[in-house]
Design a protein around this ligand. Sequence first.
Ligand SMILES: C[S@@+](CC[C@H](N)C(=O)[O-])C[C@H]1O[C@@H](n2cnc3c(N)ncnc32)[C@H](O)[C@@H]1O
Length: 220
Amino acid sequence: MFTRTYWRVKKYNILAWLYDVRRYYYRSKRFALADMLMNMSYLYLNPYYISRKFSERNKDASSNTYGETPLKSLEILVDHFNIIKPKKILELGCGRGKTLFWLADRFDVEVVGIEMVPFFVHQANRIKDICRYNNMKIYRGDMFSFNMSSFDLIYCYGTCFDDKQIKDLLYSFKMCQRKTKIVTISYPLEDYDKSFTTESYCEVSFPWGTTMAYLNSHSG
Ligand SMILES: C[S@@+](CC[C@H](N)C(=O)[O-])C[C@H]1O[C@@H](n2cnc3c(N)ncnc32)[C@H](O)[C@@H]1O
């Protein structure tokens, strides 16, 4: 249940918590409470294991390799991409919801997460209610059939999707408004479809190494 990867990521997260999260991101009391509740509720639970078990039980679920965006990396890409005040943010595959809580706090706008693992959704919704993130919605469901057309910022950390899944997402992205910005990790959308443009990119780090983040838009 607790593999070597789990302990490596755990160590990374503890160091990040000591040096970055606690120091810089706990200035928001609401985020601090949400983050501490999340840490406590997963103290003896391994999200990687939960995610893997869900995939094993649901053979039709999309390939599901769990991972989390470090808050420092999230902040780097928000700053580098000059994301000022989106109106409505969507996170595709929001996992435990940490990114979502941070985005809701940073921008104070409506944020929506879609996630297929029921336990993650249940826990995140409990924390959301306790901390009164009233402008947040977390749905249990499949991102590939989710209507994204009303969002102007979409975050997608889906590095393990296959080409077919990425093409399915491109179809949904094309239904969005022209001004919608889509942040992807590791690959730009224009590599799959030339009607997308890479507006900017920057290097970000994850527990497994560094990669590029891309700000994409659809030229219609
Ligand atoms: C790599 S994790 C990213 C977690 C979070 N977005 C972050 O950056 O910290 C990908 C998440 O997407 C979820 N996921 C994968 N396929 C999905 C699908 N078809 N619909 C909804 N969620 C999905 C997984 O369960 C997992 O929690």
